[in-house]
Write a protein that binds this ligand. Sequence first.
Ligand code: GAP
Length: 439
Amino acid sequence: MDKIVSLCKRRGFVFQASEIYGGLAGFYDYGPLGVELVNKIKAKWWRAVVTESDNIFGVDGAIIQNPKLWEASGHLAGFTDPLVDCRSCGTRHRADHLAGTDSADLNELKELLAEKACPTCGQKTLTEPRRYNMMMKTWVGPVEDESSLAYLRPETAGSIFTNYENVRDTMRAKLPFGIAQIGKAFRNEISPRDFIFRVRELEQMEMQYFIRPSEQEQEYKSWREFAWQFLIDTLGITEANLQWHEHAENERAHYAAVAHDIYFKFPFGFKELWGTHNRTDFDLSSHQRASSKDLSYYDDQSKESYLPYVIESSVGVGRLLLAVLVDAYREEVINGDKRIVLKLKPELAPYRMAVSPLLRNKPELVTKARDVYKAVKKKYGNVIWDDNGNIGKRYRRQDEIGTPQCITIDFQTLEDDTVTVRDRDTVKQERVRVGDLLA
Ligand code: GAP
C-alpha cells in the first residue's frame, strides 16, 4: 500500500487535502492524473448505466436537502456506527474494527471488547460501545440553531427517491425504470483509514432501479452480474481479485432486505468495493408516509396500484480508482532493468500517448516532434509531450503512469516520416508512418 500511496503522490494522482497545513484526516484531492482517471471511470459507468440504456435516466441532486428527507429515510436514527471512547486518553475508535468483526450488534461488541485495551494508549479503559450518527451537519441561513440545522447527504440515493415521481412524470417512464446519479456524499467516519479507501468526503455512483415486487429476484441477480462484469470487462480488473460477500442480518443497512457486496483484494485484505441492495419499498413507503404524497404506481397491465420495489447498485468512485490502481500495479524486471508499470486498460490511462523527440537539443527533431504531437493530440486529445531526461527515463516515467504508447521522433523520421511506437506492456518498438498513427 505504501508503494501505491507514494506513486499517487509522486505522479500526481492523489494528494492529501490541505497538505501544506498538515492535511485533514479523511479528505483527499485528486491531482492532474487522478482527475483524468476518475473522469474516465465515471464516464464509463455513466455510459454503461445511462447512455446505453433505454429506461435509466440521470439526475444531479443537491448535496443539502430538506432534513425531513433524512428523517424519513431512517438516516437520522439509523445511519450510525458503533464507537468506544477511551477514558484515559480520550481517543475514539470504531468498535467493530477494534473487535475484528463485521457485526454492528452492541451486545455482541460489548462481549468481544470486554478485555480489549485502547490501541492508542494501551489502557483497558474503553467505554461500552454506543451508536454514533455519521451525518455531517451544517446550518442553512444566518442563524445557527435547531431550525436551520441541515445535513450533507450521506448517500446520493436520497434525492433519487424524492425525485422518483418527477422523473417518472417527465420521462413518462413505466416500470421497470431506473434513476442514476454521480455525486459527492459525506460521512463523519470515526476512523478514516487506508488512504482513499475510507474517507469522509466521498463520491458515489448510484443507480436505483424501480421494479414490480415480483421482479425482485431476477433484477437483483442481474444488477449483481452487471457490477461484476463492469469491473472485469470495462475496468479490466482481474477476476481473481474479486469475491462476493453476502451481508449477514447484523451487517445490513437499515434500508436493505438483502445485500451483496463485491469485495476487492486491496493490499490490506479483501474489502467492500461495490454494493447491490434490495431496498424493497422501504424508501418510497417512508417518504410517502412522511410527506403525505401519494407515490404509488398504477400498473396498467395488472390494473393495480402499488409502491415499486428498488434494487440499488452503489459504488464509491475513490474506492474504484484505488482498486484500478492496485490491480494495474506491477513491478517487473525487463532486460535486467527494474520498472514499475501500471497496466491500465488503454482507454482508462490518463494519457493515451506520449510524444518525445529523441534528443531535446536538436531543433530539427523538436520541430518535427512538435508537429507530430499537435497532430496526434488533435486526434486523440489526451496526449502528453515529454522531453525530460533521456529516453529511457521517459519510458520509465510513462510506464509508471500507465501510458500505453510512447512515440519517439528520431533522425530516421526526418528521412522517411516514420516514428517509433513503443508498447507499454511488451516494451517492443515498431516503426510506423506518421500518417498511420492518425489512421
Ligand atoms: N446508497 C447505498 C450506500 O450508500 P454503502 O454500502 O454505505 O451503501 C456504497 O456505500 C459504496 O460507497 C460502498 O460500497 C463504497 O464503495 C462507497 N463508500 C461508502 N463509504 C465510504 C467511505 N467512507 N469512503 C469511501 N467510499 C465509501
